[in-house]
Design a protein around this ligand. Structure first.
Ligand code: GAR
Length: 225
C-alpha cells in the first residue's frame, strides 16, 4: 500500500538572493535533513558572483544569474525572473537577501506566493541599513520578520518574528550577527507552515491552523529586578 504523505508533491521553492546566501544555506540544510518538506527548484541571483550562487552550486541546485544591470527597467527584469521561476515549476518564491523591489508584474504572477525576510521587527525600520537604524534609534529590542510580499517596501502581512535584545555593547555587526542566527531559524519554519498549508491571511493578520499556543510572557530589556 502506498503512503499518501510519502507520494505527496513537495512544495517547490524558487529562491532569490543578492548576497552571501546564509539564509539560502539554512533552507538547503533543512531540505537536506528532511525537517523542511520542500525542494529548491531554482536559485536566482541578480548579482554575478554572489555567494548564494556558489552555495547553490555546491548543493547541486539549478541556478540562474539574471543581472538586473542588463535590463532597461524593473518590469523587463522581473518578467525574465518570473519566466525562469515559472518554467522551473516554482510554487513559492522566497526572497533571501534579495535587494531588489518587486514590481506589479512579479506580484501578479505569484499572488500571495512571495515571502521575504527582513532583519528588523517590522513595521519598525523597513528598507536598508536597518541594524544601524535600530542602534541609532536606541531601541532595546530588534529582531527579524518573515512576511508575505505586497506592493510596499517590507509592508506585507507578518508570518513570524523573532525578538533579539539590543545590548549596550552592540555594534551594527554584532547585532546583525545575532539577528541573522534567528533568521536562519524562522525562515525555514515559515516555509514549513506554508508547505503544510497552515496559513490563512485575514486582513493583515496571518493565522495558523490549527492554532499554536504562543507564550504570553512579556520580555524586558534591561531586565526587571
Ligand atoms: C539578511 O540579513 C536578510 O534579512 C537581509 O539581507 C541579509 C542577507 O543575508 N535582507 C534584507 O535586508 C532585505 N531588505 P544572507 O545573504 O546571508 O542570507
Amino acid at each position: 500500500m502506498t503512503n499518501p504523505a510519502a507520494t505527496q508533491r513537495k512544495l517547490r521553492l524558487g529562491i532569490l538572493a543578492s548576497g552571501g546566501g546564509s539564509n539560502l544555506q539554512s533552507i538547503i540544510d533543512r531540505c537536506q535533513n528532511g525537517s523542511l518538506a520542500a525542494e529548491i527548484a531554482l536559485v536566482i541571483a541578480n548579482v554575478p558572483g554572489a555567494g548564494a550562487l556558489e552555495r547553490a552550486n555546491s548543493a547541486g541546485l539549478a541556478t540562474r544569474c539574471i543581472d538586473h544591470k542588463s535590463f532597461n527597467d524593473r518590469q523587463t527584469f522581473d518578467r525574465e525572473v518570473v519566466a525562469a521561476l515559472q518554467s522551473a515549476g516554482v510554487d513559492l518564491v522566497v526572497l533571501a537577501g534579495f535587494m531588489r523591489i518587486i514590481s506589479a508584474v512579479f506580484l501578479k504572477a505569484f499572488p500571495q506566493r512571495i515571502i521575504n525576510i527582513h532583519p528588523a521587527l517590522l513595521p519598525a525600520f523597513p528598507g536598508l541599513h536597518v541594524q544601524k537604524k535600530a542602534l541609532d534609534y536606541g531601541v532595546k529590542f530588534s529582531g527579524c520578520t518573515v512576511h508575505f510580499v505586497d506592493g510596499g517596501v517590507d509592508t506585507g502581512p507578518i508570518i513570524i518574528q523573532a525578538v533579539v535584545p539590543v545590548l549596550d555593547t552592540d555594534t551594527e555587526e554584532t547585532l546583525a550577527a545575532r539577528i541573522l542566527q534567528e533568521e536562519h531559524r524562522i525562515y525555514p519554519k515559515a516555509i514549513q507552515l506554508i508547505a503544510e498549508s497552515r496559513l490563512r491571511v485575514h486582513e493583515r493578520r496571518v493565522l495558523i491552523e490549527p492554532p499554536v499556543e504562543s507564550s504570553p510572557t512579556p520580555l524586558h530589556n534591561p531586565p526587571l529586578d
